[in-house]
Write a protein that binds this ligand. Structure first.
Ligand code: GLC
Length: 428
């Protein structure tokens, strides 16, 4: 009988020790270049028009909306960063399809609630979906991700439509990666960074960075400083090697084929991916008969349960289906050995992804002025199966510092970075 590791490798789920990081890094960089040039690429590389170098006025209050994934938040952001008057509700269209009037009325009601408490003229709006950014900081939705069902909104200028329904005003819409980048910039104090990256690893994943190459036609003349923040929409990167399990899982999603990279590392997918690993392994005889039958009958698996199980963490207030399925010690041990590599691979891919963006900034040559990486998202900070942040740093130290003498720093986490960053965009 083969070992679990042989089984995983035969099905294309690589062991992290043998993985060729350098080739993937090179492919990612060339996809970025192509996307910037407008050549065929799986990365959209969307230029955004928020200031890179503006000063944030202290004491200002901005009304902020945050449409992140399945949640829709609103509140008042002040600097130094804090969020008051918060409200959190389900994102319209997350549970069932909505028409445009329903969609915008949920947003408009929140604008009406928070706007009167703000001092900044503009409303800040963190909108975490692929959207073209306009010079006046509006966003034209390209397509929904994260399962949102509000088809009529696709192709619309979301800001313009929203403002129509609240009787005018101004709005600054930013992607969550852009907001997270800006939040770090606004809270850095006396630190000196040569450039900035905003990275999200939560339900979805994506990166924004500061591009300094104004020679590129798409960017030239757009910014007086010659720098622009680019929203890469890197979750749709399609050149990372996918396993049989990735393909099986992808086929069952609402958006087969879309966002393949996101589906390898982000929170919406690690549980479903683990379920495919365990199901195929059961068919190949890695578990007792009882466990094999029970896992075959499990219809879905949430990332939180998969993660808790691998970490052998039992929650009093939550029944974990895997604890019941793998009640026998030998089965549980085998299931953990098969599942752990899903998280290990996610951490290595995360590091390659970040390394590529750090290199793309063209900065970080000195340790006195490293490239700042600002991270937000539950998958990055709350995964228990492996020490995620530590693994990513170890990989980056090797790929960037040791091999290239490029310096980076993962900046201290800013609470509510996407909302804070959207508030800053509104104040600038
Ligand atoms: C998805 C969205 C992207 C967002 C990311 C993280 O990939 O398309 O805009 O930044 O999720 O929330």
């Amino acid at each position: 009988m083969k070992t679990p590791e042989e089984f995983l490798a035969e099905n294309g789920l690589f062991g992290v020790r043998d993985f060729d990081r350098a080739s993937l890094l090179a492919i990612l960089l060339s996809e970025m270049e192509n996307g910037l040039k407008g050549a065929p690429s799986s990365l959209m590389m969307i230029p955004t028009f928020v200031g890179v170098d503006g000063k944030v006025p202290s004491g200002a209050k901005a009304a902020v909306l945050d449409a992140g994934g399945t949640n829709f938040r609103s509140g008042i952001v002040t600097i130094p960063p804090s969020v008051e008057d918060r409200k959190n509700q389900p994102m319209p269209g997350a549970k069932s399809p909505v028409d445009n009037e329903t969609f915008y009325s949920v947003l408009a009601d929140e604008v009406k609630r928070v706007a009167p408490k703000a001092t900044a003229k503009k409303i800040g709006f963190c909108f975490s979906y692929p959207a073209e950014a306009t010079r006046d900081l509006d966003a034209k939705l390209v397509r929904w991700t994260k399962g949102i069902q509000a088809d009529g909104v696709v192709g619309q200028y979301v800001g313009k439509e929203l403002l129509k329904r609240v009787g005018g005003g101004e709005i600054a819409i930013v992607n969550d990666t852009v907001a997270t980048l800006m939040a770090a910039k606004a809270t850095e104090g006396e630190k000196t960074y040569s450039s900035y990256i905003g990275f999200i690893l939560g339900t979805g994943t994506n990166c924004a960075y500061v591009e300094r190459n104004i020679a590129i036609e798409k960017l030239s003349g757009l910014d007086p400083n010659g720098k622009m923040i680019i929203n890469a929409e890197s979750g749709s990167f399609d050149k990372a090697p996918r396993s049989r399990f990735d393909l099986l899982m992808d086929a069952k999603t609402a958006t087969p084929g879309a966002n393949p990279f996101e589906k390898m590392i982000a929170g919406a997918y690690l549980g479903p991916l683990g379920l495919e690993v365990l199901k195929v392994a059961a068919k190949e005889g890695f578990f007792s008969r009882g466990a094999a039958e029970r896992i075959a009958g499990l219809a879905s698996l949430e990332t939180i349960d998969f993660d808790n199980f691998i970490a052998a963490c039992k929650k009093k207030d939550r029944v974990n289906p895997l604890d019941e399925i793998f009640a026998n010690q030998a089965d549980a041990k085998m299931a953990r050995r098969l599942g752990l590599p899903v998280f290990e691979r996610a951490a290595v891919l995360t590091a390659v992804h970040l390394a590529a963006f750090v290199i793309k900034t063209g900065e970080g040559a000195s340790s006195a002025a490293p490239v700042a990486i600002s991270v937000d998202g539950s998958t990055y900070y709350k995964t228990r199966a492996i020490p995620f942040d530590e693994t990513v740093r170890r990989e980056l130290d090797d790929m960037l510092v040791k091999r290239r003498n490029v310096h980076y720093e993962i900046t201290p986490q800013v609470d509510d970075a996407p909302m804070v960053g959207a508030g800053i965009a509104a104040m600038l």
